[in-house]
Write a protein that binds this ligand. Structure first.
Ligand SMILES: [Zn+2]
Length: 418
């Protein structure tokens, strides 16, 4: 089946083509250009839309979690549900994300193999959903960021992956790989709430980081690291991590190193803002932690430095933690724009850069790429909040419409009204 999508503007992942058109053949894009140049290809069904852009990609989510604020509530949620139920709820959140134009996402740790299995089910065509790259469990040192203490009677064996020593992390990587992980998540450097001025603390040793990266790379997987900042972040980058998450405090030497190595940054700006938006009682807090205030200031400084240095910045929300799925992604994009990026650059982070982080042939409207696309009834480059309004979207994945107006569709029912 051939489709010609004619748009008042086509955003191809980097630039805008006014009066543009995209020709889709099968699951791929065959041609992109000005409508006048593409003409009327034979046998192509014509669709019209104000704006066409690549499918959105959220580079940092936790599908297994709802986004209920507060650590205790989140832990209770993780402990109270059998894994099949976790997977079913994750599937529902994934479908909702797809309806909001998110055609791919990266899951940054879930109990057991719940989201790995979900990713496989979508891949095999058993379920409608976005393309999912899942890490399985996040590797962490014993007692570390993703292995917080729990009462003795609570066993979360399969939900956690504590590893120690280089061999331990190597085994951790192999264990998640055996399960079908698409990439590896480590927790190398964490927040330290008790020492103002030094808000970070290393958890993994340099040889543990290097071993995890070496093993993952040998298995063609990238490594993403939960980080906070300072020298332990620099050590994370120096020892081979491909993508750093959060990274509120980035030293100048680390910026240089990231630029030289091509390390990706996913700054997750919104999740920090949520601390200031969500009522304190809901978060189980009595006051805003000084760490959150400090991180709030530091993240803009780090983002500005990253932008100047040409570091490839992706957009990721941390949805499932402090915020629900699907509806909040546009705000992360808008925060990048607040941080000095143009709307088009912020959208590049949300599409082209994120596709490179996930290692998928989407994120750009270019010949040969997967035809994952969003038609928007309006101009999201002028108003990024339109990307949060599923009722004004038609979503395509792999050359076919999958959602429209906030609901899933399996076939193209009618031409979009212009
Ligand atoms: Zn996260």
């Amino acid at each position: 089946m051939r489709h010609l999508i004619v748009a008042e503007q086509v955003f191809d992942g980097e630039r805008v083509i006014e009066g543009g058109a995209v020709l889709v053949e099968g699951d791929r894009i065959a041609a992109v250009g000005r409508q006048a140049d593409l003409g009327q290809p034979e046998g192509a069904r014509v669709h019209r839309t104000p704006t066409l852009l690549p499918g959105l990609i959220d580079a940092h989510v936790h599908l297994a979690f709802s986004g209920v604020p507060g650590r205790e509530a989140m832990l209770a949620e993780a402990m109270d549900q059998p894994y099949p139920e976790v997977a079913l709820r994750a599937a529902e959140r994934a479908r909702d994300s797809l309806c909001h134009g998110i055609t791919a996402l990266r899951d940054m740790a879930a109990p057991g193999g719940a989201v790995i299995d979900l990713a496989r089910a979508v891949d095999q065509g058993d379920l409608v959903g976005p393309r999912i790259l899942a890490c399985g469990r996040g590797l962490t040192v014993t007692g570390g960021h993703m292995d917080a203490p729990l009462p003795d009677h609570v066993s979360m064996e399969d939900a956690r992956a504590p590893c120690d020593g280089a061999d331990g992390f190597r085994k951790g990587v192999r264990t998640e790989a055996r399960r079908g992980a698409g990439f590896i998540k480590i927790n190398s450097c964490v927040s330290l709430h008790t020492r103002p001025g030094t808000w970070w603390r290393p958890e993994m040793t340099p040889d543990e980081i290097a071993a995890a990266c070496d093993e993952a790379h040998a298995q063609d997987m990238i490594v993403a690291a939960h980080t906070s900042g300072g020298p332990p972040l620099t050590a994370t980058v120096a020892n081979g991590v491909d993508c750093v998450e959060h990274a509120h405090w980035i030293d100048d030497d680390c910026i240089e190193l990231m630029a030289a190595r091509g390390t990706f940054l996913v700054p997750t700006l919104l999740v920090n803002e949520r601390t200031f938006e969500v009522p304190l009682a809901e978060q189980g807090l009595t006051h805003i932690p000084p760490w959150s205030e400090a991180a709030r200031q530091a993240k803009w400084v780090s983002l500005a430095k990253a932008r100047l240095a040409g570091i490839r910045v992706g957009a990721g929300t941390d949805a499932g933690f402090m915020m629900p799925h699907a509806t909040m992604f546009w705000r992360e994009v808008a925060l990048l724009a607040e941080g000095g990026y143009t709307a088009a650059e912020a959208l590049t982070a949300a599409t082209a850069v994120n596709a490179d982080i996930l290692g998928i042939e989407a994120g750009r409207l270019a010949p040969g790429r997967l035809a994952d696309m969003v038609m928007v009834d309006g101009d999201p480059l002028a108003d990024l909040s339109l990307l949060g309004d599923a009722t004004r979207m038609a979503v395509w994945k792999g050359g076919a419409e999958v959602a429209r107006g906030g609901a899933l569709t399996t076939v193209w029912p009618q031409e979009m009204a212009t």
